[in-house]
Ligand binder design. Sequence first.
Ligand SMILES: Cc1cc2nc3c(=O)[nH]c(=O)nc-3n(C[C@H](O)[C@H](O)[C@H](O)COP(=O)(O)OP(=O)(O)OC[C@H]3O[C@@H](n4cnc5c(N)ncnc54)[C@H](O)[C@@H]3O)c2cc1C
Length: 398
Amino acid sequence: MKRKYDVLIVGGGPGGALAARTAAEKGLSACLIEKRPAIGVPVRCAEGIGKETLKEFIAPDDRWISAEIDSARFVAPDGTSMTIEQEMAGSKVGYILDRKIFDRELVWQAAAAGADVFVKTRAVSPLMDDGSLKGATVAFCGEERKVGADVVIAADGIESKFARWCGLDTTVPMRELMSCAQYVLTDIDIDPHVTVFYFGNRIAPEGYLWVFPKGDRTANVGIGISGRKSKDGHRARHLLDRFITDSFPQGKKVELIVGGVSVCRPLPCTVADGLMVVGDAARLSDPMTGGGIANAMITGRLAAEVAADAISRGDVGRDALMPYDDGWRSSSVGKSLEKNYRIKEVFIKLDDAKLNALIQSASRLDLKDFSVLTLVKELIKRNPKMLLELKSLYSVLK
Ligand SMILES: Cc1cc2nc3c(=O)[nH]c(=O)nc-3n(C[C@H](O)[C@H](O)[C@H](O)COP(=O)(O)OP(=O)(O)OC[C@H]3O[C@@H](n4cnc5c(N)ncnc54)[C@H](O)[C@@H]3O)c2cc1C
């Protein structure tokens, strides 16, 4: 490990990997540190990603694609379901990855581009000089070292501390932190090309439960519920166990993970002097779906591009790094995060009767010319009792 790099990247998830790869491709000296002993494990993810977004970053490869999805099914609390086929859902339907291999591949690409990579290496504090960020103190193989950097990219995920240490407020309100649990469940009867989403305040309060296939008889079966609904005896894992007992009693649980997903608005500002915050650390997972792999990669890449430009001009102050914050906020990422935040706020207030009514009427529609906007228009016609909620949805979408 060198004493000084152009860019130090904290975290070896998809955000950090793309930042490191891009920085190295731009000719910068880049160092990625990951606190865990191996990249990609444990997998705290249902591993779903849209096809089009993925292709922007890496050519699809069977080595890390567990399943190709052609439709998504939504199940109401009363069991009514509606299915959206690939041609209607567009890029939302895609692949289920094998992130143990995928994350590793992304970091290998960063290394191949010239970035230094260190595992079991944890950032323990920012390195400050005269009030400015100049790198990080890292714990590396049991000893602490100072690693200088012109820019630090904090890609340290949902549990991010680095941005907070540097003075940014990264608090996620309890109601906007989804508490998640997931099993890899095997020996179950599933459609290997369909993702299934279950809604309802009994099944997954203020959240949803998912079955994402990972092959013919195996799936990621998981649940996310609002932090404020998580209480003794009703934690995410309890609700998930109950669902599995009812729906897949023969299933064999071969892996369990628990984790959090933020469904709040992004950090108010994702840069400071010498610092950029990307992916989950910046609270950039989609507030509606909880998906964050794509946004982590998009913002990781953009952060490194802006860092390269700023370093070449010899100014890495907050204003010089601001094009990163402005860039993602004004792009489709920022727009869709805001839109989906507002949609989520409408959805979590629906009781089971309203969820049933919505999915029942949607299941009866001819969805040939599917768009969410036409769907909501039709639902308004069929559900006069939900005019208020649906009108607010319509105003967000139009
Ligand atoms: C149950 C669950 C299901 C999900 N399902 C999906 C899904 O289907 N699709 C989707 O798109 N997203 C999903 N997500 C979200 C997705 O996993 C994240 O959005 C994505 O991994 C974010 O990437 P990242 O690079 O920002 O952070 P991460 O992938 O979390 O990477 C951060 C890395 O930083 C490391 N780190 C932390 N602190 C330090 C430190 N001090 N020093 C060094 N290293 C550090 C961590 O060990 C970690 O490896 C899910 C999340 C959960 C919990």
